[in-house]
Design a protein around this ligand. Structure first.
Ligand SMILES: [Zn+2]
Length: 321
């Protein structure tokens, strides 16, 4: 992967290219921003540019090929083992960094999911950042930089990454997945600016199941609880798709809010459910905002592993009340 092959993030590419060309790379970078937008790809492009025998990140030389196969002896990648990066991993890294580089002129260390270092690991890493050994280049990647030790953040040059623009995603999805505009729109709109997320979407869930689930939701009422309980149970039982369901729910209520504010239809996600959106939009703005908040709250509860079925039941009751 070269800088040119990475989708979007032109300013970040320029910044890194300029630093490279002038020999002024920082000794530590923090690439921060949402998941799945290309931070790791950018880091690997940087590694290639630094190690490449042709100085371009050509992809053909031995160094580039070793990077692509993840077996370059001077590239050290640390990522969470289980849910955390542990102190032992940082200690192992420090040991590696104490040796001279084998094939390149310097070592590069990439820490993916840097915010998942537990405090002990973070403090250990701080030592490495404070007393850089040789020419080691450190690149930390994080989608929750606020969870990093302040002292770590302040030792790094921070490079923010943002979500990819909707248009860009739309075009890439259309090309790569060979899907029609309608489906590309749906995936791009629901992926929150992350290409990884868009490409990894369960397309059947979004194209087939989504409209069915949302129509069932619109048919619910507190006067007849059986269908509500049934839907809640069905959603809760499918642990994998449960977060996806909440995501489509959120998009649906946001559509209603857009409709109510008189925004043009092409900004809506669920273009195949216009009647349903208009129906929801007859509520007050306050009501819609409360509903959106309830969906967000339910999403967070489920991430914290609460009783899924109960959480979904309570949510559905709030939405149809
Ligand atoms: Zn090369």
């Amino acid at each position: 992967m070269t800088f040119d092959q990475i989708l979007g993030h032109d300013a970040q590419k320029d910044l890194l290219r300029r630093a490279l060309n002038s020999g002024r790379l920082a000794h530590a970078y923090l690439f921060e921003g949402p998941e799945g937008v290309g931070k790791r790809l950018m880091a690997l492009a940087l590694v290639r540019a630094v190690f490449c025998e042709n100085g371009s990140g050509c992809g053909n030389c031995t160094a580039c090929r070793k990077i692509d196969h993840n077996n370059h002896p001077d590239l050290h990648i640390v990522e969470p083992e289980g849910s955390f990066i542990k102190i032992e991993q940082v200690r192992d890294l420090q040991k590696e960094l104490s040796y001279r580089p084998l094939e390149a002129r310097q070592k590069i260390c990439l820490i993916d999911g840097a915010d998942l270092m537990n405090p002990a690991a973070g403090n250990a890493l701080l030592k490495t950042l404070e007393e850089p050994q040789g020419h080691t280049l450190m690149v930390l990647l994080s989608c929750r930089p606020e969870a990093l030790l302040t002292t770590i953040r302040s030792r790094c040059q921070r490079i923010p990454f943002s979500r990819l623009p909707y248009r860009l995603l739309l075009n890439v999805l259309r090309d790569r997945l060979e899907i029609d505009d309608r489906e590309a729109h749906l995936l791009a709109a629901l992926s929150e600016g992350s290409l990884n997320k868009a490409l990894g979407k369960d397309r059947d869930f979004y194209t087939q199941k989504r409209p069915v689930l949302l129509k069932r939701l619109l048919g619910l009422s507190l006067g007849n609880m059986a269908p509500l309980m049934e839907l809640a149970q069905e959603i809760a039982e499918d642990k994998e798709s449960c977060p996806d369901f909440l995501e489509i729910l959120l998009a649906f209520y946001r559509d209603a809010l857009l409709a109510q504010q008189g925004r043009p239809e092409n900004e809506w996600v669920n273009l195949d459910l216009k009647d349903g959106i208009r129906h929801l939009a007859t509520q007050t703005t306050d009501m819609l905002l409360v509903q959106i908040e309830s969906i967000e709250a339910c999403r967070q509860q489920i991430q914290r592993n609460v009783n899924r079925q109960l959480a979904i039941e309570v949510l559905l009751e709030r939405l149809v009340a």
